[in-house]
Design a binder for this molecule. Structure first.
Ligand SMILES: Cc1ncc(COP(=O)(O)O)c(C=O)c1O
Length: 391
């Protein structure tokens, strides 16, 4: 059978492939500590689950409008105003099963074959994958450790060509945990404005900032006319499996994305929209406990990694990832990843799973208990000492 050229341009995600490999090893009786996963190990807060159960009982089991119910879209608009100070209307909101379909829709809706899209590198691999899928060219902008994994705006400006159509931002960032500042946002917006570019801002980790403030580029005056802002329930509310996200964007694009939805998955799940509305207005106690626990784990893993010879690790301000530098070990990222997984039973991800500028780094997720993180640190230290002893 023949397949389209297009489909071969999509890439799988490293984290899912590593999870499958871990499961295979575990079935053989190996002990693996999972630091590769990008999802909270907490359960969804009880009030949200109860709201979904009630919604099912109340009959929210039918199709909804393709871009979401008007009540849920209005609730998102209100949430965006409360969390970012951005005024928007329900009609500018599209609700989809996760942030991923919003990324997909935004790129499908704004980018033609031959266009260029500036993507953070190391960065979330879906951006480059979907840009390639539509026949456009991803242009990596390096996020450097010496700049706290933030954009160098002059470097960003130097990458803009007459074909550039979009800049993608992700702050707090996967995989580095880097957070952009307000002045970064203002400077990036200037570049976009000067060159008439779309800004895609993936704010899925907006609720997970431990130091400093979360700033949305959408709050820079004037920015929303060229910005597609997206966030969702997966990370902040521990709702990865529910599949619920949303985008705020210029109305014409919101209409296009609703049409894309109707041609693809029809609509977001009705009872999950009700659950999202409860999450926005209900008690935040469980979320706050989770965020506080992530902060403690971050401190444990950063301190522990910095005590290991050959590894140095910046303290990230957000998300639940660390991105330690392993260059002094004298191995590639892939070699360090293989050593840790196959010889120590510690699963991370090679930095190169997030692009070429991830070489020399490993990503660990600290969405795991402090006991498991401490055991992983012991295992890493032990295997590296053994390798050093043999050399
Ligand atoms: C940067 C980033 N964007 C989007 C997503 C996917 O989010 P969702 O579960 O809402 O589709 C992830 C998940 O790992 C992510 O890290």
């Amino acid at each position: 059978m023949q397949y389209s050229d297009r489909i071969t341009r999509l890439k799988a995600e490293g984290a899912f492939a590593v999870l499958a490999e871990c499961r295979r090893m575990e079935a053989e009786g190996k002990s693996i500590i999972h630091l590769q996963i990008g999802e909270p190990d907490f359960d969804t807060p009880g009030n949200i689950s109860e709201a979904a159960i009630k919604a099912i009982r109340d009959g929210h089991t039918h199709y909804s409008p393709s871009g979401g119910t008007i009540e849920a879209r209005a609730a998102v608009a209100e949430h965006i105003k409360r969390t970012r100070g951005i005024e928007t209307a329900a009609e500018d909101v599209v609700i989809m099963p996760g942030v991923k379909p919003v990324i997909f829709g935004a790129i499908m809706g704004c980018i033609n074959a031959g266009d260029e899209v500036i993507c953070p590198n190391p960065g979330y691999p879906t951006y480059e994958s979907v840009v390639n899928f539509v026949g456009a060219k991803p242009v990596p902008v390096p996020l450097r450790e010496e700049n706290d994994f933030r954009f160098d705006v002059n470097e960003l400006r130097s990458l803009v060509t007459p074909r550039t159509k979009m800049i993608i931002l992700n702050s707090p960032e996967n995989p580095t945990g880097g957070v952009l500042t307000r002045s970064d946002m203002e400077a990036i917006y200037e570049v976009a404005e000067e060159n008439d570019l779309w800004i895609l801002t993936d704010e899925i980790y907006s609720g997970l900032v431990y130091d400093g403030e979360f700033v949305s580029i959408g709050s820079v005056p004037g920015a929303m006319k060229r910005t597609i802002l997206m966030d969702g329930m997966s990370k902040t509310y521990a709702m990865t499996g529910w599949r619920m996200g949303y985008g705020v964007m210029p109305r014409q694009l919101a209409d296009y994305l609703s049409t894309l939805a109707v041609n693809n998955f029809s609509c977001p799940a009705s009872m999950v929209q009700v659950a999202m509305m409860e999450a926005f207005v209900g008690p935040m106690d469980e979320v706050n406990i989770m965020v506080e626990e992530f902060r403690k784990r971050r401190d444990v893993i950063v301190d522990g990694l910095n005590k290991i010879d050959g590894i140095s690790c910046l303290k990230p301000q957000g998300a639940f990832y660390v991105f330690p530098n392993v260059k002094e070990l004298g191995m590639t990222s892939q070699e360090v990843f293989d050593l840790l997984l196959y010889k120590a039973g510690v699963a991370g991800l090679p930095g190169t799973a997030f692009g070429k500028h991830g070489e020399g780094y490993i990503r660990f997720s600290y969405a795991n208990s402090i006991e498991n993180i401490q055991e992983a640190l012991r295992r890493i230290e032990k295997i590296l000492a053994e390798v050093r002893a043999k050399a």
